[in-house]
Design a protein around this ligand. Structure first.
Ligand code: FAD
Length: 401
């Protein structure tokens, strides 16, 4: 075989980059090859829907490394891995070439979930390439259509509004982030979006698109409403990219199942980041996490384990978001189907929301409340029974009632 490396990483996202650093922490010499189907090198995704749309946001700040040779990592862009051959320890590239590995990491993340019927002209937003494409598309018009009321949709609607566009936001739920936030908080944020000029089409779905003049697109909604935008951007979540392992007959229910060290059920094959389904001791259940902190921590930990570290991943990752002036951080299970208790310093603006399951705190959302994540993690791990508001009041806000 022509080419072989001690470590082969499939993917060029944040988990892949973190894994390369984790490997290097333990093994300074072993050859590392990173194969990414993207055309741009690994970069931070969060600024694509936040900082880059604000004043002073600079593209040059998103790149994870200016030169992978410094890490002694060979990065190959535009390279799609088509299959794994676990017996001979090889991956087959779409080009037909074979590359040997001793340890293989799948940091393949996920593909944006398409709109039903996959209508024409819709841009799915995940990478720097998508960012550059959207920047170009919106140059030609004042209006944009954002489909999706989750994080990406909510952040893109805020970002494009801040960039001076009139945004139509379309989603089937009752309010912005209503799958995650309790109804009063989601309703307050939805009202705030309307006040800031976003045309919110809540409870609506897209039924189709048609090209319009000047490269714009017309978007039809299920109630007959017709919208038009220079760009139509959709953020409907991702589908974990499990095909390489599923093709080997491995059952992949929600991502690729890994053990505490990031190993899959296939010898010498590991998985990390958005694609990995792992056991979270603090929640006593298997989860898959689509957030930056997890991609960084899990990638690093699994990379080091591939190089012999044997460190279990027992960390509960956090996530954050910025919606206009509102910033929040959260840890654990954030799901509006769970019962919640809240503790506000200023209702809907500053405080904490506690998510409960079986009378225990399983998730905490901090709204404009910073440096409380460790305390939130302790509350979740403590497993203490919560009977009513008095049990959580002041626990994170520091203001006992
Ligand atoms: C716009 C945006 C904003 C975000 N904002 C936040 C935020 O504010 N807070 C937060 O916590 N999280 C945020 N996230 C989520 C966070 O960025 C992700 O959890 C993280 O990027 C996941 O990294 P990953 O490396 O696991 O997967 P991905 O980023 O999906 O990377 C997967 C990589 O694998 C490559 N790949 C897949 N299959 C193959 C193959 N067969 N061959 C070769 N390469 C392949 C892909 O091209 C890609 O390079 C945001 C995400 C996006 C897109």
């Amino acid at each position: 075989m022509a080419e072989s490396h001690k470590y082969v990483i499939v993917g060029g996202g944040m988990a892949a980059d973190a894994a390369a650093r984790g490997i290097r922490r333990r093994d300074a010499q072993g050859s590392v090859l990173m194969l990414s189907s993207e055309s741009f090198p690994p970069h931070d995704r969060p600024p694509l829907s936040k900082a880059l749309w604000k004043k002073g946001g600079k593209v040059e700040n998103i790149w994870r490394s200016l030169d992978y040779r410094e890490l002694r990592v060979t990065l190959r862009l535009g390279e799609q891995v088509a299959a794994i051959r676990p017996g001979p320890h090889e991956v087959a590239l779409a080009s037909g070439a074979l590359v040997g590995y001793e340890k293989l990491l799948l940091a393949t993340g996920g593909m944006p979930r398409p709109l039903p019927g996959n209508p024409e002209g819709v841009m799915y937003f995940r990478t720097a390439q998508d960012y550059f494409g959207l920047r170009r598309a919106i140059l030609s018009g004042h209006e944009a259509v954002v489909v999706g009321g989750g994080f990406i949709g909510a952040e893109m609607a805020a970002a494009l509004t801040l960039a001076g566009k009139h945004v139509h936001m379309v989603f089937p739920e009752r309010g912005v982030l209503s799958r995650l936030l309790p109804a009063p908080l989601s309703d307050g944020i939805t009202d705030d979006y309307r006040r800031r000029g976003v045309s919110v089409h809540a409870g609506r779905t897209v039924t189709g698109t048609k090209p319009a003049d000047g490269g714009a697109w017309r978007v039809m909604l299920d109630d007959g409403t017709l919208l038009e935008g220079a760009a139509v951007v959709a953020g409907l979540g991702i589908v974990p990219e499990v095909d390489l392992l599923a093709a080997l007959g491995v059952e992949c229910r929600d991502g690729i199942a890994v053990d505490a060290y990031g190993a899959t059920s296939v010898g010498d094959v590991y998985a990390a980041g958005d694609v990995a389904n792992f056991f979270a001791p603090a929640l006593n259940q298997r989860i898959r996490v689509e957030h930056e902190d997890h991609a960084n921590r899990h990638g690093e930990c699994v990379g080091a384990n591939m190089a012999g570290a044997a460190t279990p991943y027992d960390y509960l990752p956090y996530f954050y978001s910025d919606l206009f002036d509102l910033g929040f951080e959260a840890v654990g299970r954030i799901d509006s189907r769970l019962a919640t208790l809240d503790d506000w310093i200023q209702p809907g603006q500053q405080g904490a929301v506690f998510y409960l399951d079986g009378g225990q705190v399983v998730g905490v959302l901090c709204v404009d409340l910073w440096d409380r994540l460790d305390a939130a993690r302790q509350l979740i791990a403590g497993g203490q029974r919560v009977l009513g508001p008095a049990d959580v009041q002041g626990r994170l806000t520091g203001e006992r009632g």
